[in-house]
Design a protein around this ligand. Structure first.
Ligand code: JFQ
Length: 294
């Protein structure tokens, strides 16, 4: 392939496309579910692409993986059992492992090729699989949650791709209902919830469904990820009925010794801190109007 530019063109963000200068294509494959590609970019490190959509780059993955993990886990006092749906690259596992209270981490990823490619090309992300608390299940997250015993988890993190392709069902109400069942009272879920600039209608539908399914609190938070479309990505933070969860004021700080004790090898947090945790829930007015509508 002649080194040129990769442009992220998709009907999910019509009329715009983020581009990255390509130095070398490192992997191209087709799994049972999607096209998988890895390339060395000129300025963002290595890049993982699924069906033409950027999933992560070495340079800015910290923002997404740290926020999608610590927004829920720092909002409850003592997370012990955690489920990750999707997240085959292992980055969320790496972040969950920073919490010394966690005893068991299940991950359900549908596409084994994503796991294998991440281990080969993104060792600093896939390092999450090395934690002894992790159990990997290759399969459909929808079926996994349906089979999960009631009240199994303190936290569920849905690190999905976009609702076009294998992840489509992870944005629908029945899936949210199965998550609510699998969570303990006062348990928390954090899902990838697209961009306020591009997907307010998708977000509106997700909010409506979540308000019907999760009887604790329902919140939308967001962060900046330069290589995601529109440069921002959001998260749904919901809790089930039971002990009150105030997502906006973290109760569980990932303090230094946790860092050191649990993750000598993965190094310090690059993005998340308690101030940016609280700030993540501050919304621009156009979004506030839709998301906080009574
Ligand atoms: N751990 C990989 C993150 C996947 N998150 C999504 C990838 C596709 C984007 N358009 C939205 C976020």
């Amino acid at each position: 392939v002649i080194p040129g530019w990769f442009s992220e063109i998709s009907p999910m963000w019509p009329g715009e496309a983020h581009s990255l200068k390509v130095e070398k294509i490192l992997f191209q494959g087709k799994s049972d579910y999607q096209d998988v590609m890895v390339f060395q970019s000129a300025t963002y490190g290595k890049v993982l692409v699924l069906d033409g959509v950027i999933q992560l780059t070495e340079r800015d993955e910290c923002a997404y993986q740290e926020m999608i993990t610590h927004l829920p886990l720092c909002s409850i006092p003592n997370p012990k059992k955690v489920l990750v749906v999707g997240g085959g690259d292992g980055g969320v596992l790496r972040e969950v492992a920073r919490h010394s209270s966690v005893e068991h981490i299940d991950i359900c990823e549908i596409d084994k090729m994503v796991v294998d490619v991440s281990k080969e090309f993104f060792p600093d992300v896939a390092i999450g699989y090395e934690d002894p608390r992790v159990t990997l299940h290759i399969g459909d997250g929808v079926a996994f949650l349906k089979a999960a015993p009631e009240g199994s988890y303190d936290a569920v993190i849905v690190d999905s791709s976009d609702p076009i392709g294998p992840a489509q069902e992870l944005f629908e109400k029945p899936f949210f209902e199965s998550i609510a069942k699998a969570l303990r009272p006062g348990g928390v879920v954090c899902t990838q919830a697209e961009s306020m600039w591009l997907h307010m209608h998708i977000i509106e539908d997700i909010i409506t469904n979540c308000r019907q399914v999760f009887k604790g609190s329902v919140n939308y938070a967001w962060t900046t990820v330069p290589t995601y479309p529109s440069g921002v990505i959001g998260f749904m933070l919901c809790s089930t009925e039971g002990p009150e969860v105030d997502f906006k004021n973290p109760v569980n700080a990932i303090d230094a010794n946790d860092n050191e004790s649990q993750c000598k090898s993965v190094g310090p947090l690059k993005f998340y801190n308690r101030e940016i945790h609280s700030a993540a829930f501050c919304l621009p007015s156009f979004a506030k109007k839709v998301i906080e509508a009574k």
